[in-house]
Design a protein around this ligand. Sequence first.
Ligand code: NAD
Ligand code: TDX
Length: 331
Amino acid sequence: MRLLVTGGAGFIGSNFVRYVLRHSDHHVVVLDKLTYAANLESLKGISRERFRFVKGDIVDPAVVDDLVGSADAVVHYAAESHNDNSLRDPRPFLDTNIIGTYTLIESARKHGVRFHHISTDEVYGDLELDDPARFTEQTPYSPSSPYSSTKAGSDLLVRAWVRSFGLQATISNCSNNYGPYQHVEKFIPRQITNVIDGVRPKLYGKGENVRDWIHADDHSSAVLTILEKGRIGETYLIGADGEKDNKSVVELILKTMGLAPDAYDHVVDRPGHDMRYAIDSTKLRTELGWKPQFQDFEAGLEATIQWYRDNEAWWRPQKAATEAKYKEQGQ
Ligand code: NAD
Ligand code: TDX
């Protein structure tokens, strides 16, 4: 297939591009606006034989239509992705996540092109710490932040286009990803690079919040599986049973990097901070036979820490500006 991958210069998109080129014969065109969150270095070294990069905005119908028209399938990762930014300035989240998705699905329906929409578990809101429940495909939508509400809105647009216009689409909602090439604004890379810089990790509030961690390569294998075998019109939840509270993750980072596990600071909490996410991925595992390869979070985290140690040139240019923004918020 000729795949159009939006947001392929970001964290998960760039990992997906590498994964697809390694594990399939598909050809890949990346469409990416190159916002602050992108890094072209993440695509460095990829052979041009089956890969091409186009700089452009998904809200621009002319750019989108040209590329969608010559693809067999669209895999839509492009988004404004950071909750903290959405609390400072929601507007770009509406533009890219809502209007950008609308622009893509309009074009996909016009050309009859298969569409896979990448979304998040955050559309389901949050769970209590002691709730035995996990999110399933039947959980009602209840997003908390400007980011998650725009992702929820984009999911609903895709569902409506399937029902009303027969769009050939699938949707996946994945839990928190970790791995190489993640921007230093996000929790795990921020703390690793703080420790490298001799700065104490920053834990929002009490650090009790739970995230369900999955390695980016496991997310990629799940998306490729859904793209090749998923049933049109269906939603699949992607998760790897990786629930951890933030405090334990920071302690593990500190221990792995040779420091005392309590060498971190508590900072002001995120407004509206979701308490816990947890994914039940039974449908994906039983219907499509997917299973995660990275079952050992400690080993995956250790490899990620080593990647940030080895690739300082990749993240260093973003670090000072990212920390300056956090400082303004007391975080
Ligand atoms: P990211 O912020 O690292 O990358 C986003 C990419 O999209 C960047 O390269 C950016 O330049 C591009 N982009 C933004 N606006 C654009 C526009 N208008 N036109 C074209 N390109 C644009 O994000 P990520 O963490 O890699 O997330 C990718 C997708 O996966 C998002 O849809 C996100 O909601 C979803 N997701 C992320 C996670 C996670 O843990 N990071 C978990 C579940 C789902
Ligand atoms: O410095 C920090 N300290 C801290 O305690 C930062 C940056 C975060 N946190 C906490 C907030 C969250 O509980 O760590 C947790 C993870 O934070 P983020 O990395 O900002 O991720 P989250 O808000 O959970 O959202 C992520 O997963 C779902 C992605 O950014 C989203 O794009 C995805 O949809």
